[in-house]
Design a protein around this ligand. Sequence first.
Ligand SMILES: [Mn+2]
Length: 327
Amino acid sequence: MYEFVQKLIETKDNFILTSHVNPDGDSIGSELALYTFLKNKGKNAKIINYSATPYNYLFLDKNNIIEKFDENIHQKAINEAGAVFILDTNEYSRLKTMAPYIKESPAIKVCIDHHLGMEKNGFDNVISDIESPSTGEILYKFLLSYGNNSINKDIAEYLYTAIMTDTGSFRFPRTDAETHLITANLLDLGIDPVYIYNEVYSKSSIGRLKLLSIFLRKLTLEYDNRLIYAVMLQKEFDETGTTEYDTEGFSHHMMSIETVQIALIFTEGRNGIKVSFRSKGDIYVNELAKEFGGGGHKNAAGTWLAEKDMDNVCKRVISNAKKYIIN
Ligand SMILES: [Mn+2]
């Protein structure tokens, strides 16, 4: 399973690492883990992302390794790379304007990911495990194939952040004994889970709390309290000095209602509407998201629609959601 990638790392010298638009803890943690591993092996590597790193993950990138994509600067590097690693997504569309440059580069393309619906033929090799709760966990196992010493304290901090964030702090369904055994091994390397948690989750601004209060007031229940949704408007982000990224984690409040099976957040952007989908148990919201051109996991998915009419989008999504609800 690892032979192709092991040989690639052995034989190539220049690597580009990237991940999806709006990177999360799993993206940033996985990128920095693989980057550090490659550097420790004496290789050249670059992390290039379409989006800037969210502020609560900047603590991981102490040396400002991660670069924000600029076609004028990075086209050459992408073309000259021996291999490109695409982490935590299996869809080129989620690399946004980077996608054509990577596709056209002669570099070998490897996808390391845990999402459903692997894009066929888009990659030269794939390390995929849709049962895995995070890309960080997949990378942990891969790095371990090089022996225990391949994971140092820095890499442990990156992987722990990836696993902690993508498991919702070890509470999402795919968290299992193996996840805890892996994080136990990472903690043994001397990382500080309290520090990491506080850096990621305890950096709220007053603006974000005000945004949360607006959000909570807007919660609306449908279908006998089985579906819940909220609509967030651009002016509310402006008023509170926040951005749409500040709603991260808000769906947790929706899912805390016992009867709720599906939660939807509609976010008005400058050029369209973002919809995030959450569900409990065996409700495949990624299928619902797919009906609107999106995708994701069984219990967490998203899409983006180039439309302006919020009422119309809400109506259509809520109406299509009905058939996923279990009576
Ligand atoms: Mn992930």
